[in-house]
Design a protein around this ligand. Sequence first.
Ligand SMILES: Cc1cc2nc3c(=O)[nH]c(=O)nc-3n(C[C@H](O)[C@H](O)[C@H](O)COP(=O)(O)O)c2cc1C
Length: 417
Amino acid sequence: DMPIFGHPVASWKRSVATSLIHTIYEPTIDTQNTMVFEEASKTSSLPEVSSQTKEKTVEVFDDQKHGVVLADSNQIITHCNSMFVELTGYNVNDVIGKNCRILQGKNTDQKTVEFIRAALKRGEGCQVMILNYRKNGVPFWNRLSIQPLLDKHGRIRKFVGIQIERSLPVSRFAPVMPWKVGIKKEGPRLLTVASESAVKESGELQILEEKKSKPKISLHDVSFVAETNLPTIKGKYRVRAYKDNKTRQEIMCIIWGKIEASSGLHVRAHDQCFTSEVLGSLKCDCKQQLDFAMEHIKKTSGMVIYLPQEGRGMGLAHKIKAYAVQEHGYDTVDAQHVLGFPDDSRTYAAIPGILQEMNIKSIKLMTNNPRKIRHLKALGIQIDSRIPIVTPTNKHSEGYLKTKHHRQGHMNVGEDR
Ligand SMILES: Cc1cc2nc3c(=O)[nH]c(=O)nc-3n(C[C@H](O)[C@H](O)[C@H](O)COP(=O)(O)O)c2cc1C
């Protein structure tokens, strides 16, 4: 059997779960015990579950649209609501006194289970998408949130678990999973992993693949803002500033030579990388690629188009979050999915406008990334040829570059210069 992908979410999102915890405890506030919300750094009071409040708690539980379980500090279930009973098919007496792992089964991803175990051991909450099984053996995807409730000394008093039945978001997962996730309907809202042949037959996946090969064309309107000469350690470049009028992003063109009205211009479309370019991070090869391109255009004349699309379009803070997820053993691509991002959300829709503004008719593209070539071509840019970028790896970036190569089809990765 193929493994099924579950995905932890790095930090506690102030979502349904947090508000539920508030809802659960709001009616019975007691200033004795303190509950700490890590992300919101907000403290509120947590009552002892006395027999009186217990009733109230259960009552509030039953208002919810989601499964809710309360467990003691040893993860033994002490309460569950009627939605949990409905969702899992277990009745109250089946589960009180048990550990929720009874919901796991043969295709539950063990990495996800480990992630939960590690988070709870550290006294942290977690959100995961995990494959669970109902009492009758029928599987379902569980968008599970677990939050420990701490007392003011930081000791775990209880755990709250919230279960939401979810379908796996196909658009984010299907095209990139190494074992190919297919979608097979087995009753309402039920998703499982299908064999590769079933995947081929799956209409939905085909649509995704079509989308992948033919990216949507929608050009962004750009405006030229200003140009200056900039002396740098590498030499004196021209810098032309543009504004993408759709995204409001500022795009910088770093230019060597007279490039206006040219054909076959050597161009690099480079996405910002604060961690390597500013901090000197060793986790990726972005800075080396930028250096390569800036040196290269000195020989041939050309342009580096510098786009503020940090973290493959996720933004800098999310990129840091993705790095945090990778510390749990996920590769770059999975980490992005874990955070709910596609593997690459960068857009190059402003580039045609920039080339047009300088009357550049065709380019030679410096890249190892087939997606970039596909996208630029789909945007109507004439690419005469590709100039490979070869940069040396180090022990920190090796894994990242391997992922780029194996999962995203990058070329020339890890070759000698
Ligand atoms: C309050 C609470 C609710 C939980 N709910 C679920 C659940 O719905 N599904 C599930 O697979 N695991 C759930 N778990 C996780 C398991 O109980 C357990 O922590 C996990 O399997 C990792 O530990 P283990 O390796 O000892 O099994 C829950 C845990 C707690 C504390």
